[in-house]
Design a protein around this ligand. Structure first.
Ligand SMILES: *Cc1c(COP(=O)(O)O)cnc(C)c1O
Length: 376
């Protein structure tokens, strides 16, 4: 008689597990907001801003309603406007370039480096023109970009650096936290990020008092005082419930990042002998492994094979930004940014979350062995 073996699914990420572990603490925090009705900004948000700024070692944190809003405010504060150019990468989540488009500027792309998958600093200078008003590197997947080189260029050319740190809470470059090195740093607290709200959220951090004051006003209808609006503002305030949730979760972030790092090291060891391009931590950097992205030429077959063995995977990101229909007015074509395009074709994101068990990870590795054996 055949025995039916039940295949457990390995989820891509396990948010329910995170929330089960923190359930009572989160409920108490949410009840505090409900009791005090500080729903829009308010003390819970102010409390989170203070802890997040201290944790990063920056002077100011401006809590907002998403990472996209954070990038938008950072670009306005940097003085980027209509007709300006902003240098960034085509291999990122598209929100990086949305913010550039919102201020009426043009994204100017430089390719990413294959090893680190972040901005290829060597290609930046030749894309600088008199209109270049900002450089926006992305700490993609949790790996810090080449900050020494980028900060050098920024200082030498007088062009502000705005860090997209939406995937890299707690990553460091030569000991310095990402987000705290440029003129400003932008974070997202979308639920699946390394630090995630129970809903939408984001923050801009900076050491500059004037920029912080302006961004604080801008997120709240540009009110310096109530009903006095000095410029066109936004409703980008952080939700009170999210501030409360984020204060609870921030205390666990270091431990969660450590777990991700252990899992990443274990993946690297277990995948060593497979015909896969496995991601690495670049020297001098502390990678926080928001995503563990391998490359393989038969990506789609690999993904299907893993799916049939109960392993959920993701794609980050299958269509580079320069080839998105939304940016067809930039007239880019296939071949313009070969590394980003190769990542787009070959990327496959393996399950990675702090509470992942070794047996779940073993199941992923075993499934990879089997599928790669079949694909050849
Ligand atoms: C998630 C993300 C954003 C946008 O953040 P939201 O909170 O979803 O608006 C921006 N850039 C990168 C690289 C991201 O991963």
């Amino acid at each position: 008689m055949l025995t039916q073996e039940r295949v457990e699914t390995v989820p891509f990420l396990d948010l329910p597990a995170q929330h089960r572990a923190l359930r009572s603490e989160l409920e108490a925090a949410l009840e505090r907001v409900l009791d005090r009705c500080n729903f829009c900004s308010g003390d819970e948000v102010a409390g989170f801003e203070k802890s997040f700024a201290e944790w990063l070692g920056v002077k100011h944190c401006v809590g907002v309603n998403s990472g996209t809003s954070a990038l938008h405010l950072a670009l306005i504060a940097a003085g980027v406007g209509l007709g300006d150019e902003v240098i960034t990468v085509p291999m990122t989540f598209v929100a990086t370039t949305w913010a550039i488009s919102y201020v009426g500027a043009r994204p100017v792309f430089v390719d990413v480096d294959l090893e680190t998958r972040t901005m290829n600093a060597e290609q930046v200078e030749r894309r600088i023109t008199p209109r270049t008003k900002a450089i926006v590197p992305v700490h993609l997947y949790g790996q810090p970009a080449d900050m020494k080189e980028l900060l050098d260029i920024s200082r030498r050319r007088g062009i502000p650096l705005i860090e997209d740190a939406a995937q890299a809470h707690g990553a460091t470059y030569r000991g310095r936290p990402v987000g705290a090195m440029g003129q400003s740093g932008c974070f997202s607290f979308y639920p699946g990020k390394n630090l995630g709200a129970c809903g939408e959220g984001g923050a801009v951090v900076t050491d500059d008092d004037d920029l912080a004051r302006r961004m604080r006003a801008l997120r709240d209808h540009a009110q310096s005082r109530r009903y006095h609006h000095e410029e066109v503002g936004f409703n980008y305030r952080m939700d009170g419930f999210q501030g409360a949730v984020l204060s609870v979760k921030l205390k666990y972030l270091e431990d969660w990042n450590d777990s991700r790092r252990q899992l990443a090291a274990r993946y690297q060891r277990l995948l060593e002998d497979l015909p896969l391009e496995v991601p690495v931590e670049a020297p001098g950097r502390r990678h926080v492994w928001h995503l563990f992205v391998v490359l393989h030429p038969e990506r789609d077959a690999l993904q299907r094979g893993l799916q049939s063995r109960g392993v959920q995977t993701g794609l980050h990101y299958p269509v580079p930004v320069h080839l998105q229909t939304a940016y067809k007015h930039l007239y880019h074509q296939v071949g313009d940014f070969p590394v980003a395009e190769r990542i787009g074709r070959e990327c496959l994101t393996l399950p990675m979350f702090p509470s992942m068990t070794w047996s779940q990870q073993d199941q992923v590795v075993e499934a990879l062995h089997e599928v790669l054996g079949e694909i050849g």
